[in-house]
Design a protein around this ligand. Structure first.
Ligand code: MG
Length: 334
């Protein structure tokens, strides 16, 4: 990783502003002290990506969950405003655009309503690619922020969504295209029901907001978190490790993978990334550092209050600001 990039991520103490901490680029959200309002901070993120399901309404929901997740990762629960970023592909006819775009916007709006925030859609750009995302903003008190640099030796790591979303989503496309991948899967006994099961699971969890996790991070005094997206579990764990005040190593010893995705990966020969924590995720879970004692309570509470499951996937020990996957990592089909 580029050294300048790492340095740019360090927490800065703004000495001219009552020692209030800010976060620049590199972590999930920027945290900016407001110079004229001593108690208040601007927390903001921008995130966007490209369609990964052919249901535009669900795509809108996933995009909203994906962008607000960056705020939840720093403990923010109240999102004040989201400006939507959306572009329709140039290759769309007017009719296609007028059909698809409103569905994406409706999905985004409905998910924003669940997140209790308002959205702003100013214009739809025309672009070679379809891009969906937003700029999410919260103005908040410092007590609402959980700085992601407080992990401790002896902490454990919780993950709040299962891994394997990309392969799960792609499997549905393989089936729709009746591709060579699908022929291999079919020959190995994977059924259409299996495909629907994994893709539905992936979509459901990609739409699910990480807000419950953020609330419980406050309740159980978490020491910091990040959300798992394009760099995979290990990539984001490395980023979190590099950001710590203390010299710590994050060890991943469990990989909870959406049931059947393990078998699909094995049949397609795609285990290398998935079993090493490197598979790309979209709108993934939060990876949270927290004391061992509080982790158990967090997981019990999360499983009951959110009707979703989370898992302890590793631990934190003295080390060298890196993350690694343990050589005897346990693959958990969930
Ligand atoms: Mg993020």
């Amino acid at each position: 990783m580029d050294e300048n990039y790492l340095q740019s991520k360090e927490l800065q103490t703004n000495h001219g502003n009552n020692e209030k901490k800010s976060i620049g680029i590199g972590m999930d959200s920027a945290v900016v002290p407001l110079s004229r309002y001593p108690d208040l901070f601007l927390v903001q993120t921008v995130d966007f990506f490209y369609p990964l399901t052919d249901d535009p309404y669900l795509m809108g929901k996933i995009a909203l969950a994906n962008v607000v997740s960056d705020l939840y990762a720093v403990g923010i629960i109240h999102v004040d405003k989201i400006k939507m970023i959306i572009s329709a592909p140039t290759e769309f006819t007017d009719k296609q655009r007028d059909t698809v775009v409103p569905k994406i916007i409706n999905g985004f709006k409905d998910a924003a309503a669940i997140a209790k925030c308002t959205i702003d859609v100013q214009n739809v750009a025309i672009n070679p690619w379809c891009i969906i995302g937003g700029i999410a903003t919260s103005i908040c008190h410092e007590s609402e922020i959980i700085y992601p640099d407080q992990l401790q030796d002896g902490d454990v790591l919780i993950l709040t969504k299962a891994l394997g979303t990309q392969l799960a989503s792609n499997t549905l496309i393989y089936w729709k295209d009746q591709s060579d991948e699908w022929k291999k899967l079919s020959a190995a006994g994977i059924t259409l029901e299996d495909v629907k099961y994994v893709s539905d699971r992936a979509v459901e969890q990609m739409c699910f907001l990480n807000v419950n996790a953020a609330e419980l991070m406050h309740k159980y005094n978490a020491h910091g978190a990040t959300d798992i997206t394009g760099f995979g579990l290990l990539g984001h764990a490395n980023n979190l490790a590099a950001f710590q005040k203390k010299n710590l190593t994050l060890v991943i010893n469990t990989l909870p993978i959406i049931g059947k995705v393990k078998q699909i990966a094995e049949v397609l020969g795609r285990t290398q990334k998935l079993f090493n924590g490197l598979a790309v995720e979209t709108s993934g879970g939060l990876l949270i550092g927290i004391s061992r004692e509080n982790a158990t309570k967090f997981c019990e509470d999360y499983n009951t209050s959110s009707h979703h499951q989370c898992w302890i996937v590793g631990f934190v020990k003295e080390g060298e600001k890196i993350a690694k996957v343990s050589s005897n990592v346990k693959i958990l089909e969930v």
